[in-house]
Design a protein around this ligand. Structure first.
Ligand code: FAD
Length: 310
């Protein structure tokens, strides 16, 4: 008889595990207290880029596996994934961070912008090809895909793994910040990100400037302009004065964006942990704490979960 697996959590971490496991001989149920669009994974800017993972060597292969996976899926527009140009600028006091993230980038996907094309104040800039994952399209795509392969979904909050352990052979824990309580893990904390949304310009590259800080992500439905990094903030609200500041940062670099109508804002809580936990503990496999890189490493981590299960 096929083994019964519960995946707790229906964000990108849980759904990527369901995706890789649904072709195998398992009886899978995803249990979550909330689903897309009411979860952190929907609020990600969701471009592929290593963040919060640069000092973890495991991250290189997780990120590169995920990159290849997204690149393949980008051939099908219905996934909401496309390969985009990303311009990453480094200002004077950031130069030393350069080698760390470059190691993550697949060969041939990154080149330096010629010196004569740099904007004032920018010391170095990189032109990188990366996957952009439009969460509003990709998360429903994944859910539909695995549902068609007989994965079941149940809306339920669990307060302890003991509640379900007798009903399943294995439990995969993809609860992100929910693991604070479920695993009594004090090392995972929320890092709030507030972003503004403006009318889109899809011919725009993704733009990343950590010094300002500023990132711009041209999705089909809106351009995401971010953002903040606020540790230990549990409130998922945005503050008008912060949103104004984020937009002013963007207008300083790209004055032409003032013409784009402001259409909203949102905030999400990155599930930050000093190291991502992908680990087996008896019949529980943990997969949480992906911080600001949940999409960037999701399918690499899910691959490791599959290995631990087998
Ligand atoms: C503003 C912002 C920008 C970002 N940009 C990027 C980016 O560009 N690239 C990138 O790679 N990442 C980005 N991220 C990070 C990314 O969003 C996260 O790393 C990722 O969404 C985490 O996914 P997850 O599935 O682990 O968690 P979540 O999406 O939080 O899913 C957790 C799931 O667990 C369920 N759950 C929790 N507790 C329980 C419980 N007790 N019982 C039942 N169910 C439970 C929840 O309901 C939910 O279904 C960004 C995040 C923010 C906030």
């Amino acid at each position: 008889m096929s083994k019964k697996i519960a995946i707790i959590g229906s964000g990108i971490s849980g759904l990527s595990c369901a995706y890789l496991l649904c072709e195998k001989d398992y009886n899978i149920t995803v249990i979550a207290k909330a689903f897309s669009p009411n979860i952190t994974s929907n609020r990600a800017a969701a471009f592929w880029f290593p963040y919060h993972i640069r000092n973890d060597k495991r991250g290189v292969s997780w990120a590169q596996k995920s990159y290849s996976f997204y690149e393949e899926l980008s051939a099908d527009a219905s996934t909401g994934i496309s390969m985009k140009q990303l311009i990453k600028v480094l200002r004077e006091n950031e130069i030393e961070e350069e080698p760390i993230w470059v190691d993550f980038i697949p060969k041939g996907a990154c080149k330096k912008v010629p010196q004569e094309n740099l904007s004032p104040g920018v010391e170095v800039a990189y032109d990188v090809t990366v996957p952009l994952i439009e969460t509003q399209i990709f998360l429903p795509y994944l859910k539909n895909y695995v549902s068609a392969k007989n994965v079941k979904f149940i809306e339920r909050e669990i307060s302890s793994f003991d509640e379900i352990k007798d009903d399943f052979d294995f439990v995969i824990n993809c609860t992100a910040l929910g693991s604070q309580k479920l695993c009594n893990d004090k090392t995972i904390i929320p890092v709030r990100g507030q972003v503004a949304l403006i009318e889109t310009k899809t011919d725009f590259p993704i733009y990343l400037d950590n010094e300002k800080p500023l990132y711009i992500v041209p999705r089909k439905d809106a351009m995401i302009v971010g953002g903040t990094y606020e540790e230990n903030m549990y409130e998922e609200n945005t503050e008008p004065s912060t949103i104004e500041k984020i937009l002013n940062n963007a207008y300083e670099v790209f004055p032409e964006l003032k013409q784009q109508k402001i259409i909203g804002s949102w905030a999400g809580l990155r599930p930050y942990r000093p190291t991502v936990r992908v680990e087996k503990e008896n019949n529980i496999i943990h997969n949480y704490g992906h911080g600001g890189s949940g999409f960037t490493i999701a399918f690499g981590c899910a691959g490791e979960v599959v290995n631990l299960l087998q």
